[in-house]
Write a protein that binds this ligand. Structure first.
Ligand SMILES: *Cc1c(COP(=O)(O)O)cnc(C)c1O
Length: 431
């Protein structure tokens, strides 16, 4: 679509690059994995995003899962407006925190207590400290391809095979920090057992995305989460279920409800803020009571429990009853089936994987069960399909290894048209 005329997005990107690293405030937005210039957006409503040039897109990013009701949902907007009219921050307790905490604990009965922070990353930092304090151990076990925020301890991946001590995945992470991180392949209980045995008495916690959504969508295999819980019990390590992406997206009570797994601690974010910056952590009462001011584990935040964010989160959860999840399931099923036949029509080997309103298309013949198999997806083909979809008015996550999200405002019509555009983009990419 090179008309020789610069788009407003291109102009903004050029200015942004002189102001912010890579022109963005979070790396994946920069289109590095797919090439081209990132789009800058001016507004969003329902299932649609409008870019700075006025072009409209069906949104499959939905703010990385946060926007489950669709953009600018009237109840969320009015809750935010009402809260804002009463002041934007008090730095002191208020009713909105109590109301949202009650709603979360009602939906996640395995949690006894919760604390609000401002992002998933912050929640992650807090539970690592808490787990270490509670167990008197330092090591954390995580899974390759799972993401738990931009946290030193968790920015590690395995080398070849299961590394005992992993290398940091980011510059600036001290090697002694990375040495406290153990990494196992997702869905591999044998590897977890081996690591826990090799580091007996040293592993404070096992962190897991129960449904992995940050290497594309990779569901847990039957027995994986139960097995993990049993191994944690056996080794007296805490199980930390990361529900930042899945919480209140995959069911009324997240992964813990959908798969009936009881974590010791959990972290949340995204949906619970209804598009405003929120995170939370919660879990067993005895553990949560170790947090200040009741206990010795310090954690604090000037804007934590922000009135606007609490109001947006509560208004969002209020709309999410059993029928909302049934609706998302049915839309998802329609999209999944249509994408599968689209790929089959073009004759491209794909794995379409879905849990609720999170879905991924891997261009590979191999079943995708972990990071290694996720990496077999044809990334060059994805980059072409991504741009084909963009041209046709569909905004997919700008990386082959990210899940796609949709909202309650997406329609059957959207799903069918999306699959048609996908088929056309795939044909074009292969031509
Ligand atoms: C997004 C995400 C995080 C980090 O949350 P931020 O709010 O971006 O800091 C942590 N864990 C998972 C599973 C996520 O998807």
């Amino acid at each position: 679509m090179n008309t020789g005329v610069r788009t407003r997005s291109e102009e903004l990107y050029e200015r942004a690059c002189e102001l912010m690293p890579g022109g963005v405030n979070s790396p994946v937005r920069a289109f590095k994995a797919v090439g081209g210039t990132p789009l800058y957006f001016q507004k969003a409503a329902g299932s649609r995003l409008t870019d700075a040039d006025g072009r409209e897109y069906v949104d499959y990013v939905c703010s990385w899962g946060a926007i489950i009701l669709g953009h600018a949902h009237p109840s969320v907007i009015s809750a935010i407006g009402d809260a804002a009219s009463r002041g934007t921050s008090y730095g002191a307790p208020h009713e909105g925190e109590v109301t949202l905490a009650e709603e979360i604990l009602k939906r996640m009965p395995f949690l006894d207590r919760v604390r609000f922070v401002n992002s998933g990353t912050e929640a992650s930092l807090a539970v690592i400290r808490l787990a270490r304090a509670a167990t008197g151990r330092n090591k954390i076990l995580k899974f390759e391809g799972n993401y738990h925020g931009a946290v030193d301890t968790l920015l590690a991946k395995a080398g070849s095979g299961v590394a005992t001590f992993s290398l940091p995945d980011s510059a600036g992470v001290p090697s002694d920090t990375a040495a406290n991180t153990l990494v196992a392949p997702f869905n591999d209980l044998q590897a977890v057992r081996a690591l826990l045995e090799a580091n007996a008495g040293q592993v404070a916690a096992v962190f897991v995305e129960g449904v992995a959504g940050n290497m594309g969508l990779v569901p847990p295999q039957p027995g994986f989460l139960e097995g993990l819980k049993a191994l944690c019990n056996e080794h007296k390590s805490l199980l930390i279920l990361d529900e930042v992406m899945t919480g209140f997206r995959v069911s009324v009570g997240g992964v813990m409800e959908r798969y009936n797994v009881k974590p010791d601690l959990t972290i949340m974010g995204k949906v619970i803020g209804g598009g405003l910056p929120v995170g939370a952590y919660g879990g067993r009462r005895d553990l949560m009571e170790m947090v200040a001011p009741l206990g010795p584990v310090y954690q604090a935040g000037t804007l934590s429990g922000n009135p606007l964010a609490m109001a947006a989160g509560f208004a969002t959860l209020k709309e999410l009853d059993a029928s909302a999840y049934a609706r998302l399931e049915s839309l998802g099923n329609r999209l999944e089936t249509a994408l599968r036949s689209a790929a089959a029509n073009v004759g491209v080997a794909t794995q379409v994987q879905r849990v609720g309103s999170m879905i991924s298309v891997f261009f590979t013949e191999q079943p995708v069960t972990d990071f290694t198999t996720a990496q077999t997806t044809d990334k060059a083909l994805f980059a072409k399909v991504f741009h084909g979809m963009l041209k046709r008015g569909y905004y997919l996550p700008p990386s082959a290894l990210e899940a796609w999200f949709f909202s309650l405002q997406h329609t059957e019509e959207d799903m069918d048209r999306t699959a048609e555009a996908f088929e056309a983009s795939l044909r074009e990419a292969r031509a």
